[in-house]
Design a binder for this molecule. Structure first.
Ligand code: NAD
Ligand code: UD1
Length: 338
Protein backbone atom coordinates (compact mmCIF):
# COMPACT_ATOMS: atom_id res chain seq x y z
CA UNK A 1 0.00 0.00 0.00
CA UNK A 2 2.10 2.89 -1.25
CA UNK A 3 1.80 6.64 -1.57
CA UNK A 4 3.18 7.59 -4.98
CA UNK A 5 5.03 10.91 -4.78
CA UNK A 6 5.83 12.44 -8.15
CA UNK A 7 8.59 15.06 -7.96
CA UNK A 8 9.54 13.56 -4.59
CA UNK A 9 13.24 14.50 -4.79
CA UNK A 10 12.40 18.19 -5.33
CA UNK A 11 12.30 20.92 -2.71
CA UNK A 12 8.77 20.50 -1.34
CA UNK A 13 8.56 16.82 -2.31
CA UNK A 14 11.65 15.81 -0.31
CA UNK A 15 10.38 17.51 2.86
CA UNK A 16 6.99 15.84 2.42
CA UNK A 17 8.59 12.43 1.83
CA UNK A 18 10.50 12.81 5.12
CA UNK A 19 7.27 13.63 6.93
CA UNK A 20 5.48 10.69 5.29
CA UNK A 21 8.26 8.23 6.19
CA UNK A 22 8.43 9.54 9.76
CA UNK A 23 4.70 8.92 10.02
CA UNK A 24 4.91 5.32 8.86
CA UNK A 25 3.73 5.71 5.26
CA UNK A 26 5.16 3.47 2.55
CA UNK A 27 6.53 5.79 -0.15
CA UNK A 28 7.46 5.36 -3.80
CA UNK A 29 8.97 8.35 -5.61
CA UNK A 30 8.86 9.07 -9.34
CA UNK A 31 11.19 11.84 -10.51
CA UNK A 32 13.12 12.39 -13.73
CA UNK A 33 15.73 14.47 -11.83
CA UNK A 34 15.37 17.39 -14.25
CA UNK A 35 15.48 19.75 -11.27
CA UNK A 36 16.77 17.63 -8.39
CA UNK A 37 19.61 15.33 -7.43
CA UNK A 38 19.88 11.67 -6.45
CA UNK A 39 21.84 12.80 -3.38
CA UNK A 40 18.46 13.84 -1.93
CA UNK A 41 17.73 10.14 -1.34
CA UNK A 42 20.87 9.77 0.81
CA UNK A 43 19.86 12.82 2.79
CA UNK A 44 16.34 11.44 3.28
CA UNK A 45 17.92 8.23 4.59
CA UNK A 46 20.15 10.20 7.00
CA UNK A 47 17.10 11.93 8.45
CA UNK A 48 14.64 9.03 8.57
CA UNK A 49 16.81 5.85 8.41
CA UNK A 50 14.45 4.79 5.62
CA UNK A 51 14.79 4.72 1.85
CA UNK A 52 11.73 5.27 -0.29
CA UNK A 53 11.54 3.24 -3.50
CA UNK A 54 12.74 5.43 -6.34
CA UNK A 55 11.88 5.37 -10.05
CA UNK A 56 13.80 7.68 -12.35
CA UNK A 57 10.91 8.10 -14.73
CA UNK A 58 9.47 11.02 -16.66
CA UNK A 59 5.79 11.51 -15.78
CA UNK A 60 5.08 12.41 -19.41
CA UNK A 61 6.16 8.88 -20.42
CA UNK A 62 2.88 6.99 -20.21
CA UNK A 63 4.33 3.51 -20.72
CA UNK A 64 7.05 3.96 -18.10
CA UNK A 65 4.48 5.37 -15.67
CA UNK A 66 2.21 2.40 -16.33
CA UNK A 67 5.06 0.07 -15.33
CA UNK A 68 5.35 1.93 -12.01
CA UNK A 69 1.60 1.57 -11.43
CA UNK A 70 1.90 -2.16 -12.18
CA UNK A 71 4.74 -2.63 -9.67
CA UNK A 72 3.33 -0.55 -6.83
CA UNK A 73 0.07 -0.98 -4.94
CA UNK A 74 -0.78 2.70 -5.00
CA UNK A 75 -3.54 4.02 -2.77
CA UNK A 76 -2.80 7.75 -2.97
CA UNK A 77 -0.78 10.06 -5.19
CA UNK A 78 0.87 13.36 -4.32
CA UNK A 79 1.67 15.10 -7.59
CA UNK A 80 4.54 17.58 -7.17
CA UNK A 81 6.31 16.91 -10.47
CA UNK A 82 6.32 19.97 -12.66
CA UNK A 83 8.45 22.75 -14.06
CA UNK A 84 8.13 25.92 -12.01
CA UNK A 85 10.30 28.70 -13.41
CA UNK A 86 8.15 31.68 -14.38
CA UNK A 87 10.83 33.18 -16.69
CA UNK A 88 11.49 29.85 -18.44
CA UNK A 89 7.75 29.36 -18.97
CA UNK A 90 7.55 32.67 -20.84
CA UNK A 91 10.35 31.45 -23.12
CA UNK A 92 9.04 27.89 -23.57
CA UNK A 93 5.26 27.91 -23.02
CA UNK A 94 4.71 24.67 -25.01
CA UNK A 95 7.25 22.82 -22.87
CA UNK A 96 5.38 23.92 -19.74
CA UNK A 97 2.05 22.77 -21.19
CA UNK A 98 3.54 19.44 -22.30
CA UNK A 99 5.37 18.74 -19.05
CA UNK A 100 2.92 20.04 -16.44
CA UNK A 101 -0.48 19.53 -18.07
CA UNK A 102 0.64 16.48 -20.08
CA UNK A 103 1.95 14.62 -17.02
CA UNK A 104 -1.24 15.38 -15.10
CA UNK A 105 -3.41 13.97 -17.92
CA UNK A 106 -1.36 10.76 -17.89
CA UNK A 107 -1.65 10.46 -14.13
CA UNK A 108 -5.44 10.82 -14.31
CA UNK A 109 -5.61 8.20 -17.05
CA UNK A 110 -3.57 5.77 -14.95
CA UNK A 111 -5.53 6.55 -11.79
CA UNK A 112 -8.65 5.52 -13.66
CA UNK A 113 -7.00 2.42 -15.16
CA UNK A 114 -5.57 1.20 -11.82
CA UNK A 115 -8.50 2.33 -9.67
CA UNK A 116 -6.48 4.79 -7.57
CA UNK A 117 -8.97 7.10 -5.91
CA UNK A 118 -6.98 9.74 -4.04
CA UNK A 119 -4.82 12.54 -5.43
CA UNK A 120 -3.19 15.59 -3.85
CA UNK A 121 -2.11 18.24 -6.34
CA UNK A 122 0.47 21.06 -5.93
CA UNK A 123 -1.25 24.18 -7.14
CA UNK A 124 -0.21 27.74 -6.46
CA UNK A 125 -1.52 31.10 -5.33
CA UNK A 126 -0.56 32.20 -8.83
CA UNK A 127 -3.98 30.88 -10.02
CA UNK A 128 -5.60 33.94 -8.38
CA UNK A 129 -3.91 36.14 -11.01
CA UNK A 130 -3.75 39.78 -9.97
CA UNK A 131 -5.94 39.88 -6.86
CA UNK A 132 -8.04 42.96 -6.17
CA UNK A 133 -8.10 42.26 -2.43
CA UNK A 134 -6.35 40.26 0.27
CA UNK A 135 -6.55 37.90 2.09
CA UNK A 136 -7.50 35.47 -0.65
CA UNK A 137 -10.09 32.79 0.03
CA UNK A 138 -10.55 29.63 -2.00
CA UNK A 139 -13.81 31.09 -3.34
CA UNK A 140 -12.11 34.12 -4.86
CA UNK A 141 -12.02 34.16 -8.66
CA UNK A 142 -9.15 32.41 -10.44
CA UNK A 143 -7.73 33.30 -13.85
CA UNK A 144 -5.86 36.15 -15.45
CA UNK A 145 -2.56 34.32 -14.85
CA UNK A 146 0.38 36.58 -15.60
CA UNK A 147 2.58 33.82 -17.09
CA UNK A 148 2.38 30.40 -18.83
CA UNK A 149 3.56 28.57 -15.68
CA UNK A 150 0.59 29.94 -13.74
CA UNK A 151 -1.70 29.03 -16.63
CA UNK A 152 -0.58 25.37 -16.44
CA UNK A 153 -1.61 25.27 -12.76
CA UNK A 154 -5.02 26.67 -13.64
CA UNK A 155 -5.43 24.27 -16.59
CA UNK A 156 -4.61 21.33 -14.31
CA UNK A 157 -7.11 22.54 -11.70
CA UNK A 158 -9.81 22.52 -14.43
CA UNK A 159 -8.75 19.03 -15.56
CA UNK A 160 -9.05 17.79 -11.99
CA UNK A 161 -12.48 19.38 -11.56
CA UNK A 162 -13.69 17.68 -14.78
CA UNK A 163 -12.24 14.36 -13.65
CA UNK A 164 -13.93 14.61 -10.24
CA UNK A 165 -17.23 15.43 -11.97
CA UNK A 166 -16.97 12.31 -14.11
CA UNK A 167 -15.59 10.00 -11.39
CA UNK A 168 -17.71 10.39 -8.30
CA UNK A 169 -15.50 7.94 -6.40
CA UNK A 170 -12.41 10.15 -6.83
CA UNK A 171 -11.08 12.28 -3.96
CA UNK A 172 -8.85 15.15 -4.98
CA UNK A 173 -7.20 17.84 -2.86
CA UNK A 174 -5.99 20.90 -4.73
CA UNK A 175 -3.49 22.68 -2.48
CA UNK A 176 -2.71 26.28 -3.41
CA UNK A 177 0.68 27.07 -1.93
CA UNK A 178 1.65 30.62 -1.12
CA UNK A 179 5.43 31.29 -0.82
CA UNK A 180 7.37 28.28 0.48
CA UNK A 181 10.65 29.04 2.29
CA UNK A 182 12.80 27.38 4.96
CA UNK A 183 14.38 23.96 5.15
CA UNK A 184 14.48 20.84 7.29
CA UNK A 185 15.82 21.46 10.81
CA UNK A 186 18.69 19.02 10.19
CA UNK A 187 20.11 21.26 7.44
CA UNK A 188 20.35 18.12 5.28
CA UNK A 189 17.66 19.00 2.74
CA UNK A 190 16.56 22.37 1.40
CA UNK A 191 15.95 24.44 -1.70
CA UNK A 192 18.66 24.04 -4.34
CA UNK A 193 17.82 26.26 -7.31
CA UNK A 194 19.86 25.96 -10.49
CA UNK A 195 21.58 29.19 -11.60
CA UNK A 196 20.71 32.59 -10.19
CA UNK A 197 17.58 32.31 -8.06
CA UNK A 198 14.44 34.23 -9.02
CA UNK A 199 12.74 33.82 -5.68
CA UNK A 200 13.49 36.01 -2.71
CA UNK A 201 14.69 33.62 0.01
CA UNK A 202 17.24 31.64 -2.05
CA UNK A 203 18.55 34.96 -3.37
CA UNK A 204 18.97 36.26 0.19
CA UNK A 205 20.77 33.09 1.36
CA UNK A 206 23.13 33.25 -1.64
CA UNK A 207 23.97 36.87 -0.76
CA UNK A 208 24.59 35.71 2.82
CA UNK A 209 26.95 32.97 1.61
CA UNK A 210 28.74 35.55 -0.64
CA UNK A 211 27.77 33.85 -3.91
CA UNK A 212 25.91 37.04 -4.86
CA UNK A 213 26.94 40.61 -3.99
CA UNK A 214 23.66 42.15 -2.95
CA UNK A 215 19.92 41.70 -3.12
CA UNK A 216 17.94 43.73 -5.65
CA UNK A 217 14.64 44.72 -4.11
CA UNK A 218 12.11 44.96 -6.92
CA UNK A 219 10.29 48.19 -6.09
CA UNK A 220 9.74 50.21 -2.92
CA UNK A 221 6.79 52.28 -4.11
CA UNK A 222 3.95 49.79 -3.63
CA UNK A 223 1.03 50.80 -1.42
CA UNK A 224 2.28 48.52 1.39
CA UNK A 225 3.64 49.00 4.91
CA UNK A 226 7.13 50.03 3.67
CA UNK A 227 6.62 50.20 -0.10
CA UNK A 228 8.03 46.72 -0.83
CA UNK A 229 5.97 43.72 -1.98
CA UNK A 230 4.08 41.71 0.63
CA UNK A 231 3.79 37.90 0.47
CA UNK A 232 2.67 35.01 2.63
CA UNK A 233 5.86 33.05 3.39
CA UNK A 234 5.15 29.54 4.63
CA UNK A 235 7.76 27.22 6.14
CA UNK A 236 8.29 24.15 3.95
CA UNK A 237 7.84 21.92 7.03
CA UNK A 238 4.35 23.37 7.52
CA UNK A 239 3.68 22.83 3.83
CA UNK A 240 4.79 19.20 4.17
CA UNK A 241 2.46 18.62 7.12
CA UNK A 242 -0.34 20.17 5.03
CA UNK A 243 0.02 17.23 2.63
CA UNK A 244 -0.37 14.71 5.42
CA UNK A 245 -3.45 16.60 6.59
CA UNK A 246 -4.78 16.47 3.02
CA UNK A 247 -4.24 12.67 2.85
CA UNK A 248 -6.20 12.28 6.09
CA UNK A 249 -8.94 14.50 4.65
CA UNK A 250 -9.11 12.39 1.48
CA UNK A 251 -9.64 9.27 3.58
CA UNK A 252 -13.01 10.83 4.57
CA UNK A 253 -13.99 10.64 0.85
CA UNK A 254 -14.78 14.35 0.40
CA UNK A 255 -14.72 14.40 -3.42
CA UNK A 256 -12.81 17.45 -4.70
CA UNK A 257 -11.57 19.94 -2.12
CA UNK A 258 -9.42 23.08 -2.44
CA UNK A 259 -7.25 24.60 0.29
CA UNK A 260 -4.91 27.55 0.53
CA UNK A 261 -1.69 26.62 2.32
CA UNK A 262 -0.20 29.77 3.79
CA UNK A 263 0.18 31.43 7.19
CA UNK A 264 -2.46 34.11 6.71
CA UNK A 265 0.17 36.75 7.48
CA UNK A 266 1.75 39.13 4.99
CA UNK A 267 5.47 39.99 5.23
CA UNK A 268 7.17 42.66 3.14
CA UNK A 269 10.51 42.16 1.37
CA UNK A 270 12.22 44.51 3.82
CA UNK A 271 10.60 42.77 6.80
CA UNK A 272 11.86 39.44 5.52
CA UNK A 273 15.37 40.80 4.99
CA UNK A 274 15.43 42.26 8.50
CA UNK A 275 14.05 39.03 9.99
CA UNK A 276 16.85 37.11 8.24
CA UNK A 277 19.47 39.58 9.52
CA UNK A 278 18.17 39.36 13.08
CA UNK A 279 17.74 35.57 13.13
CA UNK A 280 21.22 34.91 11.77
CA UNK A 281 23.21 37.97 12.79
CA UNK A 282 24.20 38.63 9.18
CA UNK A 283 23.86 41.86 7.18
CA UNK A 284 22.21 41.58 3.77
CA UNK A 285 23.29 44.44 1.50
CA UNK A 286 20.51 45.51 -0.86
CA UNK A 287 19.78 47.95 -3.67
CA UNK A 288 16.31 49.21 -4.50
CA UNK A 289 15.52 48.50 -8.16
CA UNK A 290 12.49 48.99 -10.41
CA UNK A 291 9.32 46.94 -10.04
CA UNK A 292 9.46 43.45 -11.58
CA UNK A 293 6.99 42.70 -14.39
CA UNK A 294 4.02 40.66 -13.25
CA UNK A 295 4.50 41.39 -9.52
CA UNK A 296 1.57 42.35 -7.32
CA UNK A 297 1.77 44.63 -4.28
CA UNK A 298 0.26 42.22 -1.77
CA UNK A 299 -0.64 38.56 -1.75
CA UNK A 300 -1.57 36.54 1.31
CA UNK A 301 -3.98 33.79 2.18
CA UNK A 302 -7.09 33.40 4.22
CA UNK A 303 -6.20 30.05 5.77
CA UNK A 304 -9.32 29.50 7.85
CA UNK A 305 -10.76 26.81 5.54
CA UNK A 306 -7.72 24.51 5.90
CA UNK A 307 -7.87 24.87 9.67
CA UNK A 308 -11.63 24.34 9.85
CA UNK A 309 -11.82 21.36 7.51
CA UNK A 310 -8.40 19.67 7.87
CA UNK A 311 -7.39 20.78 11.36
CA UNK A 312 -4.16 22.10 9.83
CA UNK A 313 -2.39 25.37 10.38
CA UNK A 314 1.14 26.67 10.03
CA UNK A 315 3.14 26.62 13.26
CA UNK A 316 6.45 28.17 12.16
CA UNK A 317 7.02 31.88 11.61
CA UNK A 318 9.24 33.81 9.21
CA UNK A 319 12.10 33.99 11.75
CA UNK A 320 12.10 30.18 12.10
CA UNK A 321 12.20 29.86 8.31
CA UNK A 322 15.06 32.39 8.03
CA UNK A 323 17.09 30.42 10.57
CA UNK A 324 16.39 27.11 8.84
CA UNK A 325 17.07 28.43 5.32
CA UNK A 326 20.43 29.73 6.51
CA UNK A 327 21.25 26.51 8.36
CA UNK A 328 20.70 24.62 5.09
CA UNK A 329 22.55 27.11 2.85
CA UNK A 330 25.52 27.64 5.20
CA UNK A 331 26.09 23.89 5.52
CA UNK A 332 25.53 23.34 1.78
CA UNK A 333 26.86 26.47 0.04
CA UNK A 334 26.66 24.69 -3.33
CA UNK A 335 23.41 22.89 -2.56
CA UNK A 336 23.62 19.13 -3.15
CA UNK A 337 26.74 19.55 -5.32
CA UNK A 338 29.25 19.37 -2.44
P1 NAD B 1 11.15 21.37 -7.57
O1 NAD B 1 11.57 21.75 -8.94
O2 NAD B 1 12.16 21.43 -6.49
O3 NAD B 1 10.49 19.93 -7.58
C1 NAD B 1 9.79 19.42 -8.70
C2 NAD B 1 10.35 18.05 -9.00
O4 NAD B 1 9.64 17.51 -10.12
C3 NAD B 1 11.83 18.07 -9.38
O5 NAD B 1 12.51 17.11 -8.59
C4 NAD B 1 11.86 17.69 -10.86
O6 NAD B 1 13.01 16.95 -11.19
C5 NAD B 1 10.58 16.88 -10.98
N1 NAD B 1 9.95 16.87 -12.30
C6 NAD B 1 9.62 17.92 -13.10
N2 NAD B 1 9.05 17.49 -14.24
C7 NAD B 1 9.00 16.13 -14.16
C8 NAD B 1 8.53 15.11 -15.02
N3 NAD B 1 7.98 15.38 -16.21
N4 NAD B 1 8.64 13.83 -14.61
C9 NAD B 1 9.20 13.51 -13.45
N5 NAD B 1 9.68 14.43 -12.59
C10 NAD B 1 9.57 15.73 -12.94
O7 NAD B 1 9.89 22.30 -7.19
P2 NAD B 1 9.16 22.50 -5.81
O8 NAD B 1 9.43 23.89 -5.35
O9 NAD B 1 9.42 21.37 -4.90
O10 NAD B 1 7.65 22.48 -6.30
C11 NAD B 1 6.88 21.29 -6.29
C12 NAD B 1 5.53 21.59 -6.91
O11 NAD B 1 4.91 22.66 -6.20
C13 NAD B 1 5.61 22.05 -8.37
O12 NAD B 1 4.52 21.50 -9.06
C14 NAD B 1 5.47 23.55 -8.27
O13 NAD B 1 4.91 24.11 -9.44
C15 NAD B 1 4.52 23.69 -7.09
N6 NAD B 1 4.65 24.99 -6.41
C16 NAD B 1 5.87 25.41 -5.98
C17 NAD B 1 5.99 26.67 -5.39
C18 NAD B 1 7.33 27.16 -4.93
O14 NAD B 1 7.47 28.37 -4.71
N7 NAD B 1 8.34 26.33 -4.73
C19 NAD B 1 4.86 27.47 -5.22
C20 NAD B 1 3.62 27.00 -5.64
C21 NAD B 1 3.52 25.74 -6.25
C1 UD1 C 1 6.95 34.07 -7.86
C2 UD1 C 1 6.21 34.00 -9.16
C3 UD1 C 1 5.00 33.08 -8.96
C4 UD1 C 1 5.46 31.70 -8.49
C5 UD1 C 1 6.29 31.85 -7.21
C6 UD1 C 1 6.87 30.55 -6.75
C7 UD1 C 1 6.59 36.06 -10.43
C8 UD1 C 1 5.99 37.35 -10.89
N1 UD1 C 1 5.81 35.34 -9.58
O1 UD1 C 1 6.08 34.57 -6.85
O2 UD1 C 1 4.29 32.95 -10.19
O3 UD1 C 1 4.34 30.87 -8.20
O4 UD1 C 1 7.37 32.78 -7.44
O5 UD1 C 1 7.87 30.09 -7.63
O6 UD1 C 1 7.70 35.70 -10.79
N2 UD1 C 1 11.88 39.99 -4.74
C9 UD1 C 1 12.86 40.95 -4.71
N3 UD1 C 1 14.11 40.60 -5.18
C10 UD1 C 1 14.39 39.34 -5.64
C11 UD1 C 1 13.38 38.39 -5.67
C12 UD1 C 1 12.12 38.74 -5.21
O7 UD1 C 1 12.65 42.08 -4.29
O8 UD1 C 1 15.54 39.11 -6.06
C13 UD1 C 1 10.54 40.36 -4.22
C14 UD1 C 1 9.43 40.27 -5.27
O9 UD1 C 1 9.31 41.48 -5.96
C15 UD1 C 1 8.22 39.93 -4.38
C16 UD1 C 1 8.83 39.10 -3.22
O10 UD1 C 1 10.22 39.41 -3.21
O11 UD1 C 1 7.68 41.12 -3.83
C17 UD1 C 1 8.67 37.61 -3.41
O12 UD1 C 1 9.15 37.24 -4.70
P1 UD1 C 1 9.28 35.69 -5.16
O13 UD1 C 1 10.01 34.94 -4.12
O14 UD1 C 1 9.83 35.70 -6.53
O15 UD1 C 1 7.79 35.16 -5.13
P2 UD1 C 1 6.47 35.72 -5.89
O16 UD1 C 1 6.74 36.95 -6.65
O17 UD1 C 1 5.39 35.81 -4.87
Amino acid sequence: MAILVTGGTGYIGSHTVVDLLNNGYDVAIVDNLCNSKLEVLNRIYKITSKTPRFYQVDCTNEEAMREVFKKEKITDIIHFAGLKSVGESVKYPELYQFNNVGSSKILLKLMNEFDVKNLVFSSSATVYGIPDHVPLTEDDPVGGCTNPYGQTKLDIEFLLKDYAEQHKEANIAILRYFNPIGAHKSGLIGEDPQGIPNNLMPYVTQVAVHKLNHLNIWGDDYPTIDGTGVRDYIHVLDLASGHLAALRKLSEKPGLVIYNLGTGKGTSVLELVHAFEKANNITIPYVIGPRRDGDVAENYADVSKAEREMGWKAIFNVEDACRDSWNWQSHNPCGYDE
